[in-house]
Design a protein around this ligand. Structure first.
Ligand code: FAD
Ligand code: SF4
Length: 333
């Protein structure tokens, strides 16, 4: 492990003054929260910061549900959020996505902020034995294109990087129109989560819109009847302790058997949590009892998808996942 200095600031302003960064490769100073992802990356020499700035004890972990909104403090753990009775009842897709993630031990330690900023599971990114990885080493190439890419993305990729975004939670939150609250020494701002993660383009090493010295302080999720009727379907190589090959987060407004409005986001297939507005538009007005119509709507997810051999199966699988998740959210599966 590369040597680094661990800073333990006594309050948030002191932590912000370090101007640390998250989710980019050229940052000499980085934040650490629960450490479940960061420590792995340090151990493998994937990250070699000079300084780590601990956020432990500096951010709140409150879970508040008001009439219009759920607020998750950035320090809330995956376990706390998944088990919260209000989340289970009013935002089941969030609880389900979290319970389908990682292991109980990891969930006890991992935070909301860290979850959204976890790095990709592309095996070439996580193994410094491979020289070619534009995300880890800008300009070095991409070993996954033409290599082993079963776990990589088919949507939102570029010729520089085809890494999939790994967070299950992020897919659920994007489906529910969540936003993230961000704070720096200069003040506060709010960013819709769907716009928080960046497409790789030619700079896959810069993953979010966060500027140096900005931290996530909270996540806000609008309350709605659709959020109450929501479901997370995760398809993976084994039943537990595994990342998504494909996942579908669905929230529905229904009138009888007719879908009034659908929210659909995909995990495991996009370079970022992937909302599918054309699928949503096609689902509006469809009957939950018309599998052909659901299937036709789901087919829009494949528009623009590009398989690279090992991951091409995801293009069909994600359409099937959408249909199954819609049927389940609608009480038909
Ligand atoms: C064995 C294993 C299995 C896993 N399986 C899954 C899975 O199936 N699905 C899934 O979604 N995830 C999975 N994960 C990933 C896990 O969810 C993340 O490791 C965890 O959520 C990260 O949270 P953390 O608080 O530990 O973050 P850390 O490791 O402390 O930090 C992660 C990143 O976030 C940054 N950061 C943290 N908090 C903030 C903040 N508030 N503001 C700004 N930057 C911040 C850090 O700088 C760092 O870059 C798995 C992890 C492990 C180890
Ligand atoms: S897909 Fe991205 S993360 Fe994986 S090797 Fe290519 S550049 Fe690196």
């Amino acid at each position: 492990m590369h040597p680094f200095t661990l800073e333990r600031p006594s309050d948030l302003p002191a932590a912000l003054a370090f101007r640390a960064h998250a989710g980019r490769e050229d940052a000499p100073v980085e934040y650490i929260a629960g450490g479940t992802d960061m420590v792995q990356l340090l151990q493998e020499d994937v990250r070699t910061p000079e300084r780590l700035v601990s956020l432990a004890g500096l951010l709140d972990g409150k879970i508040d549900i008001g009439p219009h909104c759920l607020r998750l403090g950035a320090a809330a753990t995956m376990t706390e959020v998944a088990a919260h009775s209000g989340v289970v009842e009013q935002f089941p897709v969030i609880s389900q996505a979290l319970l389908a993630s990682a292991s109980p031990q990891v969930r006890n330690q991992a935070t909301m902020g860290g979850n959204l900023l976890q790095r990709t599971r592309c095996p070439y990114f996580r193994d410094v034995g491979y020289a070619a990885c534009n995300k880890r080493s800008p300009g070095s190439g991409c070993a996954a294109i033409g290599g082993e890419n079963r776990w990589n993305a088919v949507l939102g990729t570029s010729d520089s990087c085809i890494a999939a975004h790994a967070s299950d939670l992020a897919a659920a939150l994007v489906a529910l129109d969540a936003s993230v609250e961000i704070r720096s020494a200069a003040g506060e701002r709010s960013v819709v989560l769907a716009h928080f993660h960046r497409l790789p383009g030619g700079t896959p090493h810069i993953e979010t819109v966060l500027e140096p010295g900005e931290v996530i302080t909270a996540i806000k999720v609008p309350a709605s009847p659709a959020a109450r009727r929501s479901h997370y379907l995760k398809l993976r190589d084994r039943a537990s302790f595994e990342f998504a090959l494909v996942s579908a987060a669905v929230a529905l407004d229904v009138d009888g058997s007719r879908i009034q409005q659908a929210h659909v986001a995909l995990g495991g297939v996009g370079s970022k949590p992937w909302r599918v507005p054309k699928v949503e538009a096609a689902l509006a007005g469809a009957s939950l009892d018309d599998p052909a119509a659901l299937r036709q709507a789901a087919a829009h997810a494949a528009e623009g998808a590009q398989g690279r051999g090992g991951n091409t199966f995801k293009i069909e699988l994600m359409q099937r996942a959408i249909v199954r998740a819609v049927e389940t959210a609608g009480g038909r599966a």
